[in-house]
Design a protein around this ligand. Structure first.
Ligand SMILES: [Mn+2]
Length: 445
């Protein structure tokens, strides 16, 4: 009889032993904010609605824990309206036996400790007062050690690493490090840390907050992740937004991205060359948007609002008129992308060039000729001595702006200094200058 019981138990033990431990990892909820620049029902586009929906997802999908890497509550909008929803969510998660591990960031360093206090057994605010804290969490025969550090004040100009020598991490079970920090941004007031500081300290997985764009780095023995803001909140946060699902299963770790935001911001170039009437321009806008979305339709699950910032390019003799025609789409155009998802135009700007023979103009030894040859070089992805000089100056000037102490507290989002972004900016400035020059010449004539 004893043997029989044992035999019956073996399959269950086996199942229990292979059940992975699953963690929903999110950051930068900024409860209290609403995705900006969008038409329609603001309530479905709020970060509080995203939090409610995420709690629901965690319960339905039976995760074991949720981690939040700071800026859960928004400093400017969140204190009053988010207290209720946050506590309601914590209570529901507690009833489902889901634990919450979180650290405070620059927005909620003050409000989180008082909001959480000690009333919840299952909610763990780690690293109060700027000290490192570890919490071993065991489920389904798996143990994960949550490590965290919380902002003690609004500005943190120095790195909180290395970990203190007294920090006792068990090398036999994985460590998930939670930190609200500014990766590779020396001089930042928001907890600057380097990749090298996060490697080789016994933490296999870092889940960072603060940067709203998702990002990940796989380094020897360590992976570093920014889940990014749960809900895309402005056009400065383009692309898919959501959370990560971490799975720990007998020494194996997987990290999966789950798109979750109801809003997605995109930017797009539309070539209007040859468009003669408003209908032509609108047809081009609709078609370019539809073509653009085709590549990532599967990522649009749950996205209700697809917001586009359009840049008109190409050549046209009547730039102002075309810009006005396209601009009308901001209020009136909705492009149905798939059931439940509509695209619309949030903004339109113009880099339309004049109708000139660029090749011919580029040979002209005048300022207009120099601009034309630069525009050609950028369009054809070539380089030139003048272009290289301007690219270097662009980076230097941006750097001066960023390191100037006066601007520091304002610069929370990093400037895009990729070669592509620099060239886009230079193309815009060159085209604008050339347009101005050529219109002066026309007036003189
Ligand atoms: Mn932050």
């Amino acid at each position: 009889m004893g043997d029989f019981t044992l035999v019956c138990l073996i399959p269950f033990l086996h199942i229990a032993g292979t059940m992975p431990l699953r963690i929903l990892a999110a950051a930068d909820l900024h409860l209290g904010r609403v995705s900006s620049g969008l038409p329609g029902d603001a309530l479905t586009l709020s970060t509080i609605a995203a939090w409610d929906k995420m709690v629901e997802w965690a319960i339905t999908n039976q995760v074991d824990a949720i981690s939040l890497s700071g800026d859960v509550v928004d400093k400017d909008n969140g204190y009053y309206e988010s207290t209720g929803p946050l506590q309601r969510g914590f209570t529901r998660l507690g009833e489902a036996d889901i634990h919450v591990f979180l650290v405070a960031g620059n927005h909620d360093y003050r409000v989180l400790p008082s909001l959480i206090g000690s009333q919840y057994q299952h909610v763990h605010l780690l690293g109060r007062n700027g000290t490192w804290e570890v919490y071993p969490f065991t489920r389904k025969e798996e143990t994960v050690q949550f490590l965290g550090w919380s902002y003690p004040s609004q500005y943190v100009p120095t790195s909180p690493l290395p970990l203190p020598g007294t920090m006792a991490l068990d090398p036999n079970s994985p460590v998930v490090g939670l930190l609200h920090g500014d990766l590779e941004n020396i001089g930042s007031y928001y907890c600057p840390v380097g990749h090298n500081e996060l490697v080789g300290v016994g933490v296999g997985t870092w889940i960072l907050g603060h940067i709203h764009m998702p990002g990940e780095w796989y380094l020897p023995g360590t992976s570093i992740h920014y889940p990014g803001s749960l809900q895309a909140m402005s056009a400065k946060e383009p692309g898919a937004h959501g959370f990560l699902l971490l799975t720990f299963d007998k020494g194996n770790k997987t990290v999966q991205k789950i798109p979750f935001s109801t809003v997605r911001y995109q930017s797009l170039d539309v070539d209007i060359t040859g468009a003669e009437r408003q209908e032509n321009v609108w047809e081009l806008l609709t078609k370019t948007i539809a073509d653009d979305t085709r590549g990532w339709l599967p990522e649009l699950d749950g996205v209700t609002h697809l917001s586009y910032d359009l840049r008109l390019i190409g050549e046209h003799p009547q730039e102002a008129l075309v810009l006005k025609w396209a601009g009308d789409s901001q209020r009136e155009m909705f492009v149905p992308v798939r059931p439940g998802t509509n695209a619309f135009v949030r903004s339109v700007r113009s880099d339309i060039g004049p109708v000139v023979n660029m090749e011919e103009l580029a040979r002209d030894p005048s300022p207009a000729g120099a601009l034309a040859s630069m525009i050609l070089a950028i369009r054809e992805k070539r380089s030139s001595p003048l272009l290289r000089q301007l690219e270097t100056q662009w980076v230097t000037q941006q750097g001066l702006l960023r390191t100037s102490g006066v601007y520091q507290p304002l610069l929370e989002t990093p400037v895009d200094n990729s070669p592509d972004a620099i060239r886009k900016n230079l193309l815009r400035e060159c085209t604008r200058l050339l347009n101005a020059l050529l219109s002066q010449v026309e007036k003189k004539n």
